[in-house]
Ligand binder design. Structure first.
Ligand SMILES: *[C@@H]1O[C@H](CO)[C@@H](O)[C@H](O)[C@H]1NC(C)=O
Ligand SMILES: *[C@@H]1O[C@H](CO)[C@@H](O)[C@H](O)[C@H]1NC(C)=O
Ligand SMILES: *[C@@H]1O[C@H](CO)[C@@H](O)[C@H](O)[C@H]1NC(C)=O
Ligand SMILES: *[C@@H]1O[C@H](CO)[C@@H](O)[C@H](O)[C@H]1NC(C)=O
Length: 539
């Protein structure tokens, strides 16, 4: 086709004047892995095969291996959580025989009843079982229709948690009666369904699955929030209202924020609400929640409680935020968000770098010039001494095989190409081999700051699904499971994404709506963030 010189020139100029052509691209395009990475990748695969061999020997068909007692436990309704959660990692690692065996097992799971008689968590079942089945289906090029069939069966049972015309689902359900447990839920449970349920719609052509999950996400995003974009943690599915006004990027809220931007990316929807609400949540977090520690200047996101007080706390779970800000910052082409994201990644890594094992704790807190209130007890003498050395202190000392710090480290490597993230991942692999290994697989530890900590008799399925997958991919060819082609669910199961849009959302911060709790005294005004020079008024 002939293009007139005038039009050609405009195209070239617009490409150079506005870096818009690069919006939507997450990974550093020129990223090349150093040759030294291969040995680390193999070391991660070895941890996986060793862990899974122990699971097969002592726990096959059950949810979790109990590595210390050489037994098993069934905390996920006894459907074989470790097998389904391992599917996508096995495929990515090229463990073909294990994958075939796991597909065969998964194709025969009886989702009509809970094998343990317990109620079923819609959140846990969605992210581990539904997510694991659908991701394995996609990774294996739709070769195993039984995986999709099982995904449909478990979703059809869970769909009963949307009662009447409620937007927000109940969190738990009894599969023997299809009746939900009528109780309060939280935004993580109600807002972490859209990736999995919309992927199910894509493969079944049944729009209902996506509609159910997305209406819950949309409902939460549209409620008046304690701070603009920052939804409260508790939610009552019956009324659709928030319960209390607690704001956090940690457990109970975390993956609601994660999915706002990931759903926008996976669906490429024209509905700007999701990306704009994510941007607004990040913007409010910068304006109201960001703090730096007085020792070491570590950047963290504080919690904000129902009486509108800043709590100087964080957690391993919250540490997904650095990777999520990098991901969304790249999709929105916003360098401010990327820069803060990288600092959050560093502060979370500092919780690993500071302990006797080189592994980070479950819960921790900070002291800043703005105070040290945590909502709990004041820091003890030993915590103050630890803080003086490391710029944070430990409030919950266990490591239960969680992924978030290494997940964000993976995003940081794929986005920047800085080899310091490879060094950090390699250090974690060494620590795992040194401190978590048992004669029967790998176990968590009760105290990350003790080289002789007692161990925990459980190997969570997310060790297989998340920790070992993110570590492996950190050391693998960046074109394999590229962040520009796949969107990870919150259990690290990748879903195939369409080519990215040039932009996500409108790029505008959504104005907050007046927020008032359903009961109790009127709320005080929120002080501006002393860390950031303020242009905004207190709200
Ligand atoms: C679509 O899925 C919903 C939810 O499980 C179910 O009630 C409905 O019957 C399905 N529709 C079709 C056409 O299969
Ligand atoms: C980038 O993000 C910052 C922080 O949330 C926000 O204030 C700013 O408006 C964003 N810029 C654009 C161009 O979206
Ligand atoms: C924390 O940030 C404030 C504001 O930018 C700055 O004045 C202060 O020096 C920082 N604290 C440390 C320990 O660097
Ligand atoms: C914690 O905050 C209280 C109240 O502002 C203050 O008296 C105390 O010295 C602080 N403790 C530390 C370790 O900073």
């Amino acid at each position: 086709m002939l293009v007139s010189p005038r039009i050609a020139r405009i195209l070239v100029i617009s490409t150079f004047s506005f870096p818009i052509a690069f919006a939507g691209v997450v990974q550093l395009p020129s990223l090349v892995l150093p040759a030294s990475a291969a040995a680390h990748r193999d070391a991660v695969e070895k941890i996986f095969t060793t862990s899974y061999a122990a699971y097969k020997k002592f726990a096959f068909g059950h949810d979790d291996l109990s590595p210390l007692s050489a037994g098993f436990s069934d905390g996920r309704n006894g459907w074989g959580a470790t097998i389904v959660d391992s599917l996508s990692t096995m495929h990515i690692m090229g463990l073909d025989d294990l994958f075939a065996e796991a597909v065969n097992f998964s194709s025969k799971i009886d989702f009509s009843v809970s094998q343990t008689g317990d109620t079923v968590s819609v959140f846990e079942t969605t992210i581990r079982y539904l997510g694991g089945l659908l991701s394995a289906y996609e990774l294996s090029d739709n070769q195993f229709p039984a995986l999709l069939q099982k995904a449909k069966e478990v979703a059809d049972k869970m769909a009963f948690v949307w009662v009447g015309n409620h937007d927000v689902p109940y969190g738990f359900i009894d599969f023997s009666t299809n009746s939900p447990t009528i109780s309060t839920s939280n935004i993580a449970e109600a807002g972490t369904l859209s990736l999995e349920w919309s992927t199910l719609t894509k493969h079944t052509i049944n729009q209902t699955y996506s509609d159910l999950a997305v209406k819950s996400l949309r409902h939460i995003a549209n409620l008046a929030a304690p701070l603009p974009g920052l939804a409260a943690q508790g939610i009552d599915p019956t009324s659709g209202n928030f319960v209390g006004g607690y704001v956090s990027w940690g457990g109970g809220s975390d993956s609601y924020f994660e999915y706002l931007i990931k759903y926008a990316r996976l669906s490429n929807t024209d509905e700007a609400l999701f990306a704009d609400t994510w941007l607004t949540a990040v913007d409010s977090s910068i304006k109201f929640l960001l703090r730096n520690s007085t020792v070491g200047n570590h950047l963290y996101l504080a919690d904000f409680d129902s009486s509108r007080k800043i709590r100087h706390v964080s957690s391993h779970l919250a540490c997904f935020h650095g990777g999520n800000w990098l991901y969304g910052g790249r999709l929105l082409n916003n360098q401010t968000i990327i820069d803060y994201g990288l600092q959050l990644v560093d502060a979370c890594w500092n919780t690993y770098a500071s302990t006797a094992t080189g592994i980070g704790p479950e819960g921790f807190a900070f002291i800043s010039s703005d105070g040290n209130f945590t909502g709990g007890s004041a820091p003890s003498t030993s915590q103050i001494a630890f803080n003086a050395q490391h710029g944070f202190y430990i409030t919950s000392s266990a490591y239960i095989l969680r992924p978030e710090v290494l997940e964000s480290n993976f995003y940081a490597y794929r986005v920047t190409g800085d080899t310091k993230y490879l060094d950090r991942a390699a250090s974690a692999v060494d620590s795992f081999n040194k401190f978590l290994s048992t004669p029967n697989g790998f176990a968590g530890i009760n105290n990350v700051n003790s080289a002789s900590s007692s161990k925990i008799d459980d190997t969570e399925s997310f060790w297989f699904a998340e920790v070992l997958k993110y570590l492996y991919l950190t050391f693998d060819d960046p074109k394999h499971i590229s962040l520009d082609e796949w969107v990870f669910n919150t259990e690290a199961h990748p879903f195939k994404a369409p080519a990215p849009r040039l932009s996500y959302g409108t790029g505008t911060i959504r104005p907050g709506k007046p927020f008032s709790p359903k009961s109790g005294p009127p709320l005080p005004a929120v002080s501006p963030n002393p860390f950031i020079p303020q242009t905004t008024q207190p709200i």
